[in-house]
Design a binder for this molecule. Sequence first.
Ligand code: NAP
Length: 296
Amino acid sequence: MIKTSCQLLDGRAAATAIEKKILSDIEEFKKNSGRPPTLSVVLVGEHAPSQIYVSMKQKAAERVGLGFQLHRLQSNIKEIALTSLIGEINRDPKIDGLIVQLPLPPHLDPRTALNTIHPDKDIDGFHPLNIGRLITSRALLEPCTPKGIMALLAHYGIECIHKHAVVVGRSAVVGRPLSVMLLRASATVTICHRHTVDLGSYTKLADILVVAVGKPHLITGNMVKPGGVVVDVGISRLDNGTIVGDVDFETVSRVASHLSPVPGGVGPMTIAMLLSNTVRAAQHLAHVKILPEWSP
Ligand code: NAP
């Protein structure tokens, strides 16, 4: 194993720098519109991690001066009531961004809910129209975690052009949109998943390795290219309560040139992108003035 001095990709520091710009954009918006850009979150049921994620989003919104509205719905709510609330928020001119916190209780179809959100208020960037825009390079709102990963790489001056990027994980939330973003940035992209045979033979070739699986210690030092950049997206809680990523920090930090920690890497960047998307949506809606009707 070649020993290198590994630089941490500190997501908290990068997010703080991004938030400064967001703060000035919010001030500018308030001057012109007489109100802050405002985010609405719909939370259904009592799912414990969701409560934590929503409260993190609320704190971040309040920290930068965004307006924040929370709709808490009973877990047995009917689909028609949920979609009709989403429709109301779509039509509310004082709301710029809308999130339906996932997962939903099993009787509710997440796709129906997500497709009902007006694409111009879809700050999670999960709507099929926004995914289509992402692929055709015209995206207004892009999914926050992959966008945050690209912003983290940019913050540390890591270019993608001429690089081989390997993405482990192909979910619609992280792996797939990230692969498109890396491709757009002119990396050569390989995508690995559960059925990839001999994962290490691919990860070892990565100039930029992004791991978004949810399996602690999946990637060890002997699976990483010496001097490669490693971004760890995974979040898992061990039995002893410790939060860890997918990357074995101890062995990988001896090989990689850059490594994002968990916690404190991709997580804060995801939140920063959520704030940034809310401001983008608000600026866009202020510009178009009248939002076209939306029915899925
Ligand atoms: P997901 O929907 O469960 O997808 C996991 C992906 O990993 C799937 O594509 C799966 O492949 C692949 N996979 C599973 N086992 C594998 C293996 N042994 N080798 C290679 N690939 C394997 O999860 P997700 O929503 O993308 O999230 C992934 C992780 O990132 C989770 O820990 C999540 O908590 C975390 N996360 C963090 C943030 C953040 O802000 N920091 C945001 C989102 C997610 P198949 O498609 O073949 O099943």
